[in-house]
Every structure is written in structure tokens, then in C-alpha cells.
Design a protein. Structure first.
Length: 599
């Protein structure tokens, strides 16, 4: 039976109580038949474009305020509500159910119809190449959307780790939506199968080639280099290629091998290490680590001159488009710089940064001075967090966050704009912005790049996995580097530990000590990039650590005092290492079962 887009979108509306129309600009008319895809490639491409638009990446540090790394000064922030006891199956900021299934529907329609579309009338070879391009994107995106759906909604049902219902065909008004959940392992296997299927169609990397280097598959069809470059050349950068898929597989394998999910037997740490190495070897292993990758957001001259089709440096696995805006700065600059100071880093996170000599501040060898707590520290501290007495913004204003500050930058001076912790955000923000209201929006806007995956994350994935599988100095087959080698390189590029790094050497004698160091390095390197919430849950570790701040005051003698204060308690229950199935879905479908502990 011929399905129509109207029927497909009607089902989505009924199953999710969410309209799809706002995902299309302009909106697709519900009376257009899927058969129109066959002669209208722009219409067909719009389906997969919307699967891209639905990706759940954020350039703002949203979920970090639900952890011990940050709080928000916005009392209406849903992540704040979640962390302080209001997380339910009806109030769920990390709910992915409707949006992921919408995107999977788009992917399934494309997979089923891609070969029927006349992508290009001028050449049979070019038509096939475009078909392969979009089919590869559809499989990769279906796997990725299923991963994010699984991550948010998998959980224990009785004694078994369950996943979500797997949808491998498009749906219409006649489809059965009362489906039981697949197991976690079945979902994992399907995600990896989709990634592997996508690899049959996408290139290693998009880029123009000459006639000699047209792949044999397409050369045998008579494809010219000009035709190949139209389908798979430089202009396609930003779409998913084999390098990006290798990074996806590393992320998913480590996730499934982690303590919260290991009972499913879907992945092992050895497999996760091998998957991470498969990506890292593409960029040259540890020697391919970008020297300034830890402060990519601060390289303003690079951002200002980065073109849409430029090759990505090694730090960037996958990115969104470069866009000019000032929203991150407007939301997070201190109030004296016309910002709202939304995301406030915690004292907990500040304390996690070691001294420049590599020792934690709690170690006797560190040389930490509590009366001068920000000096001699890991350079990443001041690069990522605005501490008292440092400058911010194009004017170079010194920011006073003390309790006795004469400005609104002081801790708790005014609700909704002042810091609640004594710190402001610096990471992700440009340091050369001027948000003065007298400036036009055009003058305020500067290029920003939202990174979806960084190589640093995959380095940390490898270090974590190989340490658990083999130990601090073990290596998986095909990789000539260990967890020790990765962590040493990450610390050295940030200016931590020196050539000898005695603290790292001490950690390298024990898997447990190295685990602690790797997790801390992950916390620092990836802070404010929406990793911490998911990491704590997959590790089954530390969700309820109270968020702390610092109240700074100056005595009559001139002595500056730093008092650690409790800012916000965390109120997670043990079962919350897994998220809920949406309550509305349970009310509609009798075959769905809720995760243990949730209602």
C-alpha cells in the first residue's frame, strides 16, 4: 500500500503527542505522497536533513548544572529542578523519546526509498553516488538517534537491563505501536549494525579527488572526478563519514562496557579500547593529539578565519556549522559585562584541578596555598573558569566575585544575574566580546563553532577502556600507546606535571589509582560539554555530592579569606542512574514496562 507523508506524520503525532510541522521550514504539506520523493530530490533530501536537525547536541553547558560541576542562577532551569528532587517521568529534561523516534522515522523512510529517488538525471554514476551518500547518512543517523534514545531510557526491569523498542521500518496509521521493549543488548547490536551498514556507503573522509583517485566502485560505472567531487567532495564536509562513525562506535562501546550497563554483556572494555584505537589510529595516535586542542574555543583568530569547507584540525571529529552569534556570552558573562551569569562553576570542580606540578591540591607535595588558591594551578583552571580578580570581555574588565564586591558580580548580589558559587564560566565563551547595549547585534556577533565530538573525548575513552581491560601501561592490538601514554600527553599539552610528572608515575603503578586520575582528567578536559551527568551515571558514582562555592571577603587587616560554602544539595535516588520511560507513553501502550523505581 502506498504510504503518504500525511499518514506517517499523523502516526508520529498520535504516538508522541508532538507535532512534526515545526521540524520543517517550510512545512511539508501533509498531502504530499512519498512517491514524490522519486522525482523530487530536494523533497527527498529534506527528510534526512530533518534527521540532522533533530540531533540532540547543544553548544551550551545544559546538563552540567545537574551535577557537582555547576549550578544555575536561574530558578526555572529544569536541570536545576531535576538535580534538586523534581525529576520524574513527567518532568524529565533529558527525555529523548519523541524527538529520537521522529528522527528514526525520517531515517527509515529514506532507507526504504533512497534507491527509488532520481537524484541526478545527468549521469547514472552520479545518481548512484548521491543515493549512496544519503543512504549512508540515514543508516548512521538511525544508529546515532537510537544510541541517544537508549542512553536516556534504558534501565532495569526486574533483574534485566532493557532498552527501547527498535523501529526498523517506517510507520503509518496501520502500524502497531504497542510494542514491547527490546533488551539493552539488542539495541546495542542494532546501533553497531547500523554504523557498519553506513560504512558501506560513506567515504573515509569527504574531499575532492583527481581522476586517478576516483574509487573503483564508481569508476567502473563511468564516474568522472568532477562527478565524484559533487557527491563526496569538499562541499560535503560536515556530513557523516567513516572517521566520524569510528568515533561513534568508540562512544557507544565504552558506554555499554561501563558499570551501569555491563550486566547486559553487550560490550567489554577491551572492545571499547579497540574501537577507540580504530579512530585514534586514523589521526596518528598520541602523536596526532592537537597541541592546543584543550583550548579550541579560545583560538579566536582560527575561528574568525575558518571556512565552511576547510578541513578540520585533528581536535575536531565532528562539528556543526560556524555561526555568528553572542548567545553564550549573553547568558554567561558576568552582569557588569551585560551578561546573565547563568552557569556557575562549583568549588568542587575548582578543587579538582591539580597544581601545575601535577599533584592534587590535597597532596602534601602539591605546594597548594589556601590563602592564594588560584596561583600555581593547572592552566586549564583559569582557561575554563573565571575566578575572582581575573578579567573577561573585550574591555578587559577585572571581575570581583567576592561577598563584599561593590558590583553585581559578587556572590549572591542579585538573583538571576549574580554568581551563586563565586565563579563564572569562561570555557566555550569568546574572550573578545563586547555586549554593551549601545552596540548593534552585528557588532556583537562573532563566529562560534559547536563541536559535537572532539578527539580528546576519544583519547579519554581509550584511556579509560584500556586501563580497565589491561592496566595503566597495557596496549590493545594495533595501538602502540597505553592509558599512561594518553594521560601523560593530555597533561603535558596543558602544562601539567612537567617532563617527569611524578604524580602520574605513582598512579601508573595501580589500575585503581589510574582509574581515579583518568576520571578526573575526563572531568577537567570535558567540563561544560555535557558529559559529566552521563559519566557519573554510567560509573554509578557521585550523583549526590553537594554543589559548593566560595565566599571571599577581606578583613580589616587586608587578609583575604576564602570560605567554602554549601550552595545546592543534590537529591537523586539510587535508581536514577537510569532514566524513566515517559509516563504518557506508559498510559498509551500496555506492552511498555517502566524502569525499576520510576512511576
Amino acid at each position: 500500500m502506498m504510504k503518504t507523508l500525511g499518514a506517517a506524520f499523523f502516526v508520529l503525532h498520535c504516538s508522541c503527542f508532538v507535532s512534526c510541522d515545526d521540524l520543517f521550514d517550510p512545512a511539508i504539506e501533509n498531502n504530499r505522497s512519498l512517491s514524490e520523493m522519486e522525482t523530487d530530490p530536494v523533497f527527498a533530501r529534506g527528510l534526512i536533513d530533518n534527521a540532522f536537525l533533530a540531533l540532540p547536541y547543544s553548544s551550551a553547558p545544559e546538563s552540567d548544572v545537574a551535577t557537582d560541576d555547576a549550578v544555575s542562577n536561574d530558578n526555572d532551569n529544569n536541570y536545576k529542578k531535576m538535580a534538586t528532587g523534581s525529576w520524574t517521568s513527567e518532568m524529565n529534561p533529558v527525555d529523548q523519546w519523541a524527538n529520537r523516534y521522529h528522527a528514526i522515522q525520517y531515517c527509515n523512510i529514506m532507507i526504504e526509498n533512497c534507491d527509488k529517488v532520481m537524484w541526478d538525471y545527468s549521469s547514472k554514476a552520479l545518481n548512484q553516488m548521491h543515493s549512496d551518500l544519503y543512504k549512508g547518512q540515514a543508516y548512521a543517523l538511525r544508529g546515532l538517534h537510537l544510541f541517544y534514545l537508549l542512553r536516556s531510557h534504558c534501565g532495569m526491569v526486574g533483574s534485566e537491563l532493557m532498552g527501547v523498542p527498535i523501529h526498523l521500518t517506517s510507520e503509518d496509521a496501520t502500524s502497531d505501536f504497542n510494542l514491547p521493549r527490546n533488551t539493552f543488548k539488542e539495541c546495542y547490536d542494532q546501533i553497531m549494525a547500523d554504523f557498519n551498514e553506513a560504512l558501506k556507503y560513506v567515504p573515509e573522509q569527504y574531499g575532492d579527488v583527481d581522476a586517478v583517485n576516483v574509487p573503483a566502485k564508481y569508476k567502473s560505472m563511468g564516474a568522472t572526478d568532477a562527478e565524484y567531487n559533487r557527491a563526496f567532495g569538499t562541499q560535503q564536509r560536515g556530513k557523516i563519514d567513516a572517521r566520524i562513525i569510528a568515533a561513534f562506535k568508540a562512544q557507544v562501546a565504552l558506554f555499554a562496557a561501563s558499570p551501569a550497563y555491563a550486566s547486559a554483556g553487550a560490550s567489554t572494555y577491551a572492545e571499547a579500547a579497540s574501537q577507540a584505537a580504530a579512530y585514534l589510529n586514523i589521526i596518528g595516535g598520541v602523536s596526532g593529539m592537537q597541541a592546543d586542542g584543550w583550548k579550541w574555543f579560545a583560538n579566536t583568530s582560527w575561528l574568525d578565519n575558518f571556512g565552511a569547507t576547510d578541513a578540520n584540525p585533528n581536535e575536531i571529529v565532528w562539528r556543526a556549522n560556524v555561526e555568528k552569534n553572542h548567545s553564550l556570552e549573553e547568558n554567561n558573562y558576568p552582569p557588569t559585562l551585560y551578561g546573565k551569569g547563568r552557569v556557575n562553576p562549583t568549588q568542587n570542580l575548582v578543587d579538582a584541578f591539580p597544581m601545575a606540578n601535577g599533584y592534587p591540591i590535597s597532596a602534601a607535595e602539591s605546594g597548594f596555598d589556601a590563602s592564594n588558591p588560584y596561583e600555581g594551578r593547572d592552566p586549564r583552571l583559569k582557561a575554563y573558569i573565571l575566578v575572582n580578580g581575573e578579567s573577561q570581555g573585550a574591555q578587559g574588565n577585572v571581575i570581583n566575585t567576592a561577598a563584599d564586591s561593590k558590583t553585581l558580580d559578587g556572590i549572591n548580589r542579585e538573583n538571576g544575574v549574580s554568581t551563586k558559587t563565586g565563579y563564572y564560566l569562561r570555557k566555550l565563551l569568546r574572550s573578545d566580546m563586547n555586549l554593551d547595549p549601545s552596540q548593534s547585534d552585528d557588532a556583537k556577533n562573532k563566529p562560534h563553532m559547536a563541536l559535537r565530538i572532539r578527539s580528546t573525548e576519544i583519547f579519554l575513552d581509550y584511556a579509560e577502556a584500556v586501563n580497565e581491560a589491561i592496566g595503566p601501561k597495557g596496549q590493545v592490538s594495533g595501538a602502540n600507546y597505553s592509558a599512561y601514554d594518553v594521560i601523560k600527553a593530555l597533561r603535558q599539552r596543558a602544562g601539567v606535571g612537567g617532563d617527569d610528572d611524578p604524580y602520574l608515575e605513582a598512579c601508573a603503578t595501580s589500575k585503581d589509582k589510574m582509574r581515579e586520575l583518568i576520571r578526573n582528567e575526563r572531568r577537567l578536559e570535558l567540563c561544560f560539554e555535557n558529559h559529566r551527568f552521563w559519566d557519573l551515571r554510567r560509573w554509578q558514582s557521585g550523583l549526590n555530592e553537594t554543589a559548593k562555592g566560595v565566599s571571599i571577603s577581606t578583613a580589616a587587616s587586608g587578609e583575604v579569606n576564602y570560605l567554602t560554602v554549601d550552595v545546592e544539595s543534590r537529591q537523586y535516588q539510587d535508581y536514577m542512574i537510569y532514566g524513566p520511560i515517559p509516563y504518557s507513553e506508559l498510559q498509551k501502550w500496555s506492552n511498555l514496562q517502566q524502569n525499576n523505581g520510576w512511576k
